[in-house]
Design a protein around this ligand. Structure first.
Ligand SMILES: [Cu+2]
Length: 111
């Protein structure tokens, strides 16, 4: 009986450390402007291969992406954000995708 009390917590710890090791969290500075951007970015980015969860903070414009390390990487995620139409850190928004954004989502300089 006592053995089980020791083994179970160790097993739980072991399993959770494996799950944690497989996913990584990335924070990307974007050019999102409004609630429409948030919905669009979160909805489209979550379908990207390897992406587990997406959350955009509109105050900071930083998108937090949890992804599977073995399926994708930070550069691919930044490229995906660019293809949706937003800047991602140093990668500028894809021009065509940007032009398709609603007016409210465009930066003043590029209108
Ligand atoms: Cu917007």
């Amino acid at each position: 009986m006592n053995k089980i009390k020791i083994i179970v917590p160790i097993l739980i710890l072991f399993c959770s450390s494996i799950i944690c090791a497989q996913s990584d969290t990335l924070r990307v500075q974007t050019s999102a402007e409004c609630g429409t951007c948030k919905k669009k970015l979160e909805k489209e980015l979550v379908f990207e291969k390897g992406v587990k969860s997406v959350n955009l903070n509109l105050d900071t414009k930083v998108v937090t992406v949890v992804y599977a390390e073995e399926k994708t990487n930070a550069d691919k995620i930044r490229m995906a954000i660019s293809k949706i139409g937003y800047d991602a850190d140093s990668i500028p928004a894809d021009k065509k995708a940007y032009n398709r954004l609603p007016d409210c989502c465009k930066k003043d300089g590029m209108k």
